[in-house]
Design a binder for this molecule. Sequence first.
Ligand code: NOJ
Length: 735
Amino acid sequence: MKKVLILLLISTIISAQNRSTEQRVDSVLALMNLEEKVGQLVQYSSGWATGSKTDRPEESSSDLLKAGKIGSFFNIVGAETTRELQRIAVEESRLKIPVIIGLDVIHGYKSTFPVPIAEASSWNPELVKKSARWQAIESSAAGVHWTFNPMVDIARDPRWGRIVEGSGEDPYLGAAMAVARIKGYQGDDLSASNTIAACIKHFAGYGAAEAGRDYNTVDFSERTFHEFYLRPFKAAVDAGAATLMSSFNEIGGVPASGSHYLLTKVLRGMWGFDGFVVSDWNSVGELVPHGVAANLKEAAELGLEAGVDMDMEGNAYFRHMVELVNEGMVSIETIDESVRRILRIKFRLGLFDDPYKYNNVETEKKNVLSDEIIKATKDVALESMVLLKNDGLLPLKKDIRKIAVIGPLGQSKEDPLGPWNQQGQKDYVVTVVEGLQNKLGSSAEIMFAEGCKILGEDRTGFAEALETAKKADVIVLSLGESLHLSGEAQSRSTLDVPGVQEELAKELHKLGKPMVLVLMNGRPLTINWFDENVNAILECWFLGLQSGNAIADVLFGDYNPSGKLPVTFPKSLGQVPLYYNHKNTGRPLNPKVPAYTSHYNDESNDPLYPFGYGLSFTKFEYSDLKLSKSEFKKDESIKVIFTLKNTGKYAGEEVAQLYVRDLVGSVTRPVKELKDFAKIKLNPGESKMVEFSITPEKLKFFDLNMDFVVEPGDFKVFIGGNSVDVIEQSFKVVE
Ligand code: NOJ
């Protein structure tokens, strides 16, 4: 009888389309017993591990699902396989609450797009949104409801391997990319069967790990934290991100996954986030080694009270939460609130209305690795490359007869997929050699020699590489990092091109042939020798499935590169952290008399390539910078107008950038801060008047009292194609 009543109630809840989500959430909650509530807070990976193996439950996944003891799985894919999990949840458990299935769709499911740092180099939020949209279309067809992306961590230290997963060093660009990705994944309607919930991560400060060593301690001022590191998170919450992941690191003595300040005061209190928080892999359990909880039970209490709703690899909650409630250590109201947040997202995804909406095998066949998505990976790859140097060698002439591709990445099928490529299909990867062959057909000879491996000291391949190169008209050096050298737990203590690759390049250079470096890597590298000695450098990062075709398009001028660096390239490791929006200091460098001003004895302060930098085959000229007035009220917007002209011979796109400097404040301000940008297409000789607007919001910062305000005073505005080469004007803000 009781069972029949519950079933009746559930079907009423499920069919009540016209009732508000909150009412529906509460009606489900009212039926749940404590074990079922705790079950919603538990998540397990079903497959491979990206962290330590945790002490998994003894029962099988299906028994746990039937018992309502698991609310979410991740690392399980396929319309059919995930349907079976869902079937158990909604047909065999008492309350029939659907399970939510997550996956790290970081830059694609099977169709691999460029890595996130590459996409950020496009400075094209619309394009990045489209990429995320495609990723959602493909992964949702394979039963995925939820991606653990975007990673919006600001990173100023290229030693940190996860710099590849984010959008670089700047909060404004980072926020724009975060919002674009959320809109792409979640679309206009989260309940559609081809949209997925986004998860902003890693909250927070994870990108500032000391010495660039992954998982290491983070410690910075509250001002720096809010001003730089939290900005993209705030923008993503405002854009409606459904979920958020708490990070592994501590900040100033408080581990993020046990931080009430971060997860409750800031996130829910100040920002009004109403989605749910999932921990990172066992990051609640790691409160024990952090040293803020004596055991797993204390960790569970601390994590939940702080605001972690779902425990990834959830042993802490699975093993101890029921007990904690029964002992009165955790209140049922706190549990209810976390369950409510998780059910809310399950409702918003439409899982209660149709739990199998992501489980259509036909849709999976149609959408996974479709021709359209593969084409889209190329469109994104084209805009993701950054031309770092060109003495005129590029674009190459199409009548070139012999090209030598030299280097360990020239024929690699796996590395172009980049780290976190999920289920990337190496058989679909177009290598550099294949891309050139596709471009030139039988009219040219594309020769290849590996020369050396990415890592190691073996030079035995040098001789063959030199012999091959001797026969060529031009050498395409295909060097860099393997996909395994960046990503999680892949910190490096040098930024050199690894192994003997630079040595190989030096030997080849002696041949006196034209050389272009095609670089694949997940972080800024110190490439001074290349900058001085090769004719052209194309930064490709890891471009995904269509790598070779996209690279060939640029090398032969069928696409004019338009990418700009989202992160500074240092000259040497000793300069790190090196970022454009630094403070002036009390003793800024005096280049004429450097003594006792802020400098190195053995290195310049300048980067090799600054933030925002990137060349085109054409030239752009900035002029006539004007402001609508010279004095503005605090609540007024400032119109900034300038002329951009294509003075070169090729049609091209330029990312025009606007920076601001607040000259005197109640606290010190960065020497420059990005406040707007636009990608503008111009034909040769064409010019355009471009207008930007500096809204009061863009001038706000955290003042001496940590209030977010505009302070009256003198400002400078800079316009240019990177953060260094700019034209400038001044303005004043008054009360
Ligand atoms: C650990 C990583 O830090 C996080 O980014 C990822 O989403 C989870 N593992 C799940 O794979």
